[in-house]
Design a protein around this ligand. Structure first.
Ligand SMILES: Cc1cc2nc3c(=O)[nH]c(=O)nc-3n(C[C@H](O)[C@H](O)[C@H](O)COP(=O)(O)OP(=O)(O)OC[C@H]3O[C@@H](n4cnc5c(N)ncnc54)[C@H](O)[C@@H]3O)c2cc1C
Length: 512
């Protein structure tokens, strides 16, 4: 019988972070990953000398002195994972206006004031409120358990911004303080990092997530985002753990409704009559999606509390990605930005954002990430790599036949390439290879419902205090992923891993 202290289902950043934290305290960790490489969304793949970045466009910085920095240092990640600053937060290109949101906040505000002189009060109010929410939320987050709850509920004068933003959406807040729809669009341009609709996106979550980028800018992991999960997996292995890839967990074993182990099979196993392998541990961590745990991995009776608690929660959209390898960098064809958000539709209001994100590929807003603007080290010298990404929906693909699916993908990438070529006509002659990943691709690789990489929607009633905690209702079963508090993204999933490990350490009486 295989026996471990901790078993982790899935090797996304949440699972690996929790695994590395626990392995560092001497816990014997097993990670089981169904894909042939670790990382989940934090991944890349190779094609003819190019590294195709599949999951990272921008993440926050790892600041010296921060808890994250201490964790990277402890796990020896600082030498293996190099964050390089993105030259700007984002550039927005609207139908007849544009704005570059650079890394200098004061300069951004000054240029916004000059562009929208009637909105100076609203611009000031926007940043003041966002930062106040963030700073108050960080203060509360430093308090322990129940104290955190009481701090919030009984100190309305100390944390007024957090309380007032908790039940609000960002769209409504912007409508209250700003009239110009172009200004609102500029401020919301990167909404795709968090969801597709400003009127259902939690203001509190948005403010916390945006502030880091506003104050410190973003960064990219040189050579590909896979370096981070690879380094975490190495650390777990060096600390007496096992990381097994191509292993599908099929069942969480329970005894008297407590999680005690897992069953798993090799992913490619054709012969279903071969019995699955079992491994046992006193703690099981699900990095796989929470709905998978409820609907696929637990027996019906044990799954009931999970279904009751989370069954009605809505799931965030997926992402469609068009990867384009070029024989010449796009920056030599006129592009000057790393991260550009294109909103090509004319005269729309932010009330139309959700429908635009669901519209045909001719009008769907997209982000163009030009990795040749930084020293990404993804391509051979003198060549280029760009990625187009936009919101995507599994329902649009799931019922298509193989042939229809292929044709729809080809049509989507042709339209998207035409749209890029309107701005950079020369690009068409330099395309070496195009690959497309849809919501259906994401579902296949990540095994998430709807192919999401963001977990549950960050609506006000599903965000922050209302988001699933890392403790599941099943004894000894924990969660560490984008599906829990705080949420998705590299930073969010890793935070979930840290919180999960901290709770487990508390239970096990580990103080280091
Ligand atoms: C195209 C794309 C672009 C993105 N861009 C950014 C970005 O620029 N910045 C940013 O911060 N974030 C970005 N994200 C989001 C971010 O990558 C994710 O939110 C985060 O990495 C999710 O981590 P996770 O821990 O929830 O695990 P996931 O990445 O969801 O991984 C879960 C893992 O569990 C495995 N698994 C599932 N079920 C089983 C099972 N039964 N048995 C074994 N293994 C199983 C899966 O194979 C997978 O490896 C992007 C995501 C995508 C898809």
């Amino acid at each position: 019988m295989k026996k471990y202290d901790i078993i982790i289902i899935g090797s996304g950043l949440g699972g690996l972070t929790a695994g590395a934290e626990l392995a560092s305290t001497g816990q014997h960790v097993l990670v089981l990953e169904q894909h042939y490489q670790v990382g989940g969304s934090a991944t890349s793949f190779k094609r003819k000398g190019f590294i195709y970045e599949a999951g990272l466009h921008m993440t926050g910085q790892v600041d010296k002195g921060s808890d994250q920095y201490a964790f990277f240092k402890k796990c020896g990640l600082l030498d293996k994972v190099r964050f390089i600053p993105a030259p700007e937060f984002y550039y927005l290109k609207g139908y007849d206006y544009d704005f570059n949101f650079g890394n200098d906040l004061e300069d951004n505000i000054q240029r916004l004031n000059e562009m929208f002189p009637d909105e100076i009060w609203g611009i000031k109010k926007y940043f003041k409120t966002i930062f106040a929410i963030h700073d108050q939320a960080m203060e509360i987050s430093k308090k322990e358990g129940l104290k955190r709850f009481f701090a919030l509920m009984f100190s309305p004068f100390r944390y007024p911004k957090v309380l007032s933003s908790m039940f609000q959406n960002i769209g409504k807040f912007l409508d209250k303080i700003i009239k110009d729809e172009r200004l609102k669009t500029i401020l919301l341009a990167n909404i795709g990092y968090y969801g597709d609709n400003p009127y259902t996106l939690s203001f509190l979550f948005y403010a916390i997530a945006q502030t880091g980028f506003y104050r410190k800018g973003g960064s990219y992991i040189q050579g590909g985002s896979h370096h981070l999960p690879y380094a975490l997996a190495d650390y777990i292995k060096k600390n007496n753990g096992d990381v097994l890839t191509s292993m599908q967990v099929t069942h969480i074993i329970t005894q008297d409704s407590e999680a005690v182990g897992v069953e798993y099979v090799p992913k490619k196993q054709k012969d279903h009559s071969i019995a699955p392998e079992s491994a046992y541990a006193s703690i099981i961590i699900a990095n796989t999606a929470i709905p998978n745990v409820a609907n696929e991995l637990l027996n019906e009776k044990d799954a009931l509390p999970l279904k009751k608690k989370f069954g009605k929660m809505t799931i965030a959209p997926s992402i469609m990605t068009v990867y384009i390898a070029l024989d010449k960098p796009l920056k030599e064809m006129g592009n000057t930005r790393y991260s550009s958000n294109y909103y090509d539709a004319k005269d729309f209001s932010i009330k139309d954002m959700a429908s635009l994100n669901r519209s045909d590929f001719y009008t769907r807003p997209y982000i163009l990430c030009d990795y040749s603007q930084i020293d990404s080290q993804l391509t051979p010298k003198e060549q280029g790599y760009v990625v187009l990404s936009m919101m995507d929906y599994y329902k649009d693909w799931k019922d298509l036949s193989d042939e229809e699916y292929k044709r729809k993908k080809e049509r989507a990438s042709a339209i998207m390439i035409d749209r890029v070529c309107e701005n950079f006509p020369e690009m068409r002659d330099h395309i070496i290879r195009v690959e497309v990943a849809t919501a259906k691709t994401m579902k296949r690789y990540l095994q998430t419902p709807e192919g999401t990489a963001y977990g549950f929607d960050q609506t006000p009633n599903q965000a922050i205090l209302f988001r699933p905690s890392v403790r599941s209702p099943i004894k000894n079963l924990f969660f560490a992923s984008a599906w829990t508090l705080p949420g998705a993204g590299f930073g969010g999933a890793m935070s979930s891993g840290h919180i999960c490990a901290a709770e487990i350490k508390k239970d096990l009486g580990i103080t280091k």
